[in-house]
Write a protein of this length. Structure first.
Length: 279
């Protein structure tokens, strides 16, 4: 049938309705449309519930973003030693016990509690980074179970990335030293300037990466900044209680899960989709 044989009033609806077509041709076209519809549905389901490297277990997430300090690495000794050194050099008397709250939040935010002059904040930030790169960055260790956790998650087909307020060029050698770098598809960190120095901006930066497109993402961290950053970016967040935060600190942000250790977190992440969520 040529185009001129089509009833002019039908326009583009002619082929979909089958008007004027022989009955056997209409059935054939309908069958093709149904097949195309089935293919489209299968494609959607495949993208939403991807297979996991040879097994058909369907998981709740495709990618996990990890905070580093207090989540993957117990970096408190190096951070506290460096903070103490910087404050002493700049004439600020701060008890070591009061420094714990600075583990996790951006440096400029922490130093801003003691200095109102932006130049002083930048000086303190630069002093910290210089000293930490030489000494403090080597004074931490991965938490028990972290290597096993990352190995199991990666083997299950999950994409793993970091989302830390440490600058990328600072955290990368730390992950390498701890034997963790090979587990991550992308190392997301802060920039050296103020263009990306809070958790929300870091998470958005990671989510913009090609490896993260179309994925269902979970943020994992230990402090309120991690929970708030996830919320600001529309992500679920799971809290670890073995780090530097506390149940009382993260509860107001309604994390989807709170884990006592790495094993508990791993089992929760790898639960099949037909299991009820719990916290």
């Amino acid at each position: 049938m040529s185009k001129c044989d089509c009833p002019p009033a039908m326009g583009g609806q002619f082929l979909l309705s089958g008007a004027g077509l022989p009955k056997n041709m209409y059935k054939s076209r309908k069958s093709v449309l149904l097949e195309l519809l089935n293919i489209e549905i299968c494609a959607i389901l495949y993208n939403v519930y991807p297979k996991r490297k040879g097994n058909l277990t369907l998981l709740h997430y495709d990618a996990i973003l990890f905070d580093v300090d207090g989540t993957l690495i117990d970096s408190a000794p190096g951070i506290l030693n460096t903070l103490e050194e910087v404050f002493k050099a700049m004439g600020v008397d701060v008890a070591r016990s009061d420094l714990n709250r600075y583990i996790g939040p951006p440096l400029r935010k922490s130093f801003g509690e003691h200095f109102s002059d932006p130049a002083k904040i930048e000086e303190a930030t630069e002093r910290y980074r210089t000293s930490y790169a030489v000494k403090g960055s080597h004074e931490g260790d991965a938490y028990p179970g972290v290597v096993e956790m990352l190995g199991r998650l990666k083997a299950a087909g999950l994409t793993l990335c970091t989302a830390t307020c440490k600058p990328t060029h600072v955290v990368t050698p730390i992950l390498e030293e701890q034997g963790l770098s090979s587990y991550f598809s992308f190392v997301g960190g802060a920039s050296m300037d103020e263009s990306r120095d809070n958790k929300t901006d870091v998470i958005r930066h990671v989510l913009d990466q090609p490896v993260m497109q179309g994925k269902r993402v979970l943020m994992v961290g230990d402090r309120c900044d991690d929970m708030q950053g996830a919320r600001n970016c529309g992500l679920d967040a799971a809290a670890v209680l073995y780090g530097y935060g506390s149940r009382e600190e993260v509860t107001p942000f309604a994390p989807v899960f709170m884990a006592a250790d790495c094993k508990e977190l791993t089992e929760w992440i790898l639960r099949p989709v037909d299991e009820l969520s719990h916290s």
